[in-house]
Design a protein around this ligand. Structure first.
Ligand code: MN
Length: 240
């Protein structure tokens, strides 16, 4: 691709945008983020899907300023690194979730794993957020009651994991062996490379909240759980 003609860049942007939109549309129709990523067979070069909401739609919990740095600098940075690292390797022909699984736990692949997992984790995270959050679908509510003793107990455990994750990482609601569980992971680590199926996540890297909440991670987490979690998306991710 020419790097000197600015028209080439704008054409690329439009094509990337359409490809990304198509992927998001298919994901919504199929109802499973992970399954769709696989079924679509999307391989490198990966494109950044548009956010599923406007820049200011999550305010005041997540400001447009935080979102713009988080999506346009951090997420895009991981994705650009990933595309560079897979170029001319066998990973260039693998869907993103497969790259994450194949490189997990391999010390000589740590750079590739970190960027692939962070790319996947962030795409998943944006779908876990929705202005106003919304109702918990009955299928998911029943499982929260069965496995945690209630919706509030489940939310409390998720908040606890998010607050106690030492330094950078993620808190997750997952399904494993037919049961819901809360887990936390460090840095780029993700349940995607385990037997657990990710249902929801909260990003607790400082870049996710520091401009809006500074050191008050617990307040940020409480507000995300109360006001922004997309429970419908979590229910769609439940294994059949
Ligand atoms: Mn992040």
């Amino acid at each position: 691709m020419s790097t000197t003609n600015p028209n080439d860049t704008s054409r690329m942007d439009r094509r990337e945008f359409l490809a990304a939109s198509a992927t998001v549309g298919a994901a919504a129709a199929m109802g499973s983020f992970t399954a769709t990523a696989k079924a679509e067979g999307v391989v490198a070069p990966f494109v950044l899907a548009p956010l599923p909401f406007a820049d200011d739609a999550l305010e005041p919990v997540i400001s447009a300023r935080t979102l713009s740095f988080h999506y346009d600098k951090h997420h895009r940075g991981y994705l650009n690194n990933l595309n560079r690292l897979v170029e001319n390797t066998p990973y260039a022909k693998m869907p993103l979730d497969e790259i994450v699984r194949q490189t997990a736990g391999q010390q000589d692949k740590i750079g590739l794993f970190n960027n692939a997992a962070q790319t996947w984790n962030h795409s998943f995270y944006w779908n876990c957020l929705k202005p106003g959050g919304g109702e918990i679908p009955l299928t998911l509510r029943a499982k929260m009651e069965a496995d945690f003793g209630g919706v509030e107990a489940c939310k409390k455990e998720l908040a606890q994991a998010a607050v106690t994750q030492f330094a950078s990482g993620w808190a997750w609601l997952v399904a494993e062996n037919g049961r819901l569980k809360v887990v936390k992971t460090s840095n780029a680590e993700t349940p995607l490379s385990t037997d657990a199926v990710p249902l929801l996540t909260i990003d607790v890297w400082e870049h996710a909240y520091y401009l809006d909440y500074q050191n008050r991670r617990a307040d940020h987490v409480a507000d995300v759980i109360d006001k922004l979690l997309n429970w419908e998306f979590a229910a769609e991710n439940l294994p059949a």
